[in-house]
Design a binder for this molecule. Structure first.
Ligand code: THU
Length: 135
């Protein structure tokens, strides 16, 4: 029997699900979890955190990446995003930029609580990327 092609991401996906439990989303009630795997082998998680101004909300993906950056991580090999909806949630535009800039072209796993998984890539989600190579 062929192996599950997503099995290498199982740990990352379950870390993202766990992180989603901590989502602070009283305004949208849309709870998101993310987990990014660093080159060190460590996994860093994030959840969305909303606030009363709404505009200062931060997505789960950026929380996970910024936590990792603040711990000194500089390379990443995959990120998973989990929501509780059938239509899998892709990262927003701001997160696509951050994923591209800090992680490069890595697999982006879109998943839900029911175990549906789709694999995208950061370059596929953000064509004709702007980054520091233009500066
Ligand atoms: N959100 C994320 O955390 N990640 C995504 O990929 C999409 C959107 C959050 C932001 C906000 O708290 C809520 O979902 C609704 O937009």
């Amino acid at each position: 029997m062929a192996g599950n092609p997503m099995s290498e991401f199982e740990g990352l996906i379950s870390a993202a699900k766990q992180a989603r439990e901590n989502a602070y989303a009283p305004f949208s009630n849309f709870r998101v979890g993310a987990a990014v795997r660093a080159g060190s082998g460590r996994t860093y998680t994030g959840c969305n955190i909303e606030n009363a101004t709404l505009g200062l909300t931060i997505c789960a993906e950026r929380v996970a990446i910024f936590k990792a950056m603040s711990e000194g991580e500089r390379d990443f090999d995959a990120i998973a995003v989990v929501t509780d909806v059938d239509r899998l949630t892709p990262p927003c535009g701001a997160c696509r930029q951050i994923i591209w800039e800090f992680c490069g072209d890595i697999p982006v796993l879109l998943t839900n609580l029911e175990g549906k998984v789709e694999k995208e890539t950061s370059a596929g989600l953000l064509p004709r990327q702007f980054d520091s190579s233009f500066l």
